[in-house]
Design a protein around this ligand. Structure first.
Ligand code: ADE
Length: 226
């Protein structure tokens, strides 16, 4: 899978993309991530990427031209399945959407800044608009890093069987059960007896009950979709 990210702060991705699972997936060639500085596509003298909003008001608006130059450049080389704009007024990102994105071949993610992007880009160029939650970030970069991470870990070969993404919270619509490791007794804090019993079927049942119980208590809304 190839992911092209359009941003005015490419350095913001250095951390999230050069550690842990995303780093390994890139090294193994399982995902091809490219960062593009939108400023490099500005044709005006000062490499401006934003301008004042028509009609007045606070904040700046990202201009059409630099963004479109970059997108068209990419589109000349390959077809894209989705051109995604990261924005707090987009559709709420969730596990089914991550699953769906992970099946695509080429996607573009556009990170907004300032007051937003010129609406005509949203009308004519953007194919999906995604929010990672009902709060406002300073820009779309952190959101794009979150979405990328959630997609990459689903790509075939990225996680081993033992850490399969299929056992994640949300993957079956339920939260994950609690987990424990050694020691079995930490100064009187004991691991549930059943996990030490060696009865695989009983353990699986117990974990499922715990998942249901947690979901009921913490996220009852998830059970309505079951
Ligand atoms: N840009 C700013 N806030 C955002 C959010 N919550 N989700 C996605 N992109 C954003």
């Amino acid at each position: 899978m190839r992911i092209d990210i359009l941003t005015i702060f490419p350095e913001m991705f250095d951390g999230p993309f050069s550690h842990s699972i995303v780093k390994r997936a890139r090294e193994k060639g399982l995902v091809d991530i490219h960062l593009h500085n939108i400023r490099d596509y500005a044709t005006n003298k000062h490499r401006r990427v934003d301008d004042y909003p028509f009609g007045g008001g606070a904040g700046m608006v990202m201009m059409i031209e630099p963004v479109l130059n970059c997108i068209n450049d990419l589109k000349n080389s390959r077809e894209y399945d989705e051109i995604i704009f990261m924005t707090p007024d987009g559709e709420l990102f969730d596990q089914p959407t991550a699953n769906q994105f992970s099946t695509l071949k080429n996607i573009i993610m556009l990170c907004g800044h300032y007051k937003g992007i010129d609406e005509r880009l949203r009308e004519h160029v953007i194919t999906r608009e995604i929010s990672i939650g009902d709060y406002v970030l300073s820009g779309g970069e952190l959101a794009a890093a979150v979405v990328t991470d959630s997609i990459v870990r689903l790509l075939p070969g990225v996680l081993g069987d033992e850490t399969s993404a299929l056992s994640d919270s949300f993957q079956d619509g339920l939260l994950s059960p609690p987990v424990y490791t050694r020691p079995a007794d930490y100064q009187g804090w004991k691991v549930p007896e059943i996990l030490l019993s060696g009865h695989d079927r009983n353990i699986a049942e117990w974990r499922h009950e715990q998942s249901l119980d947690r979901t009921k208590k913490r996220r009852p809304g998830l059970l309505e979709n079951q």
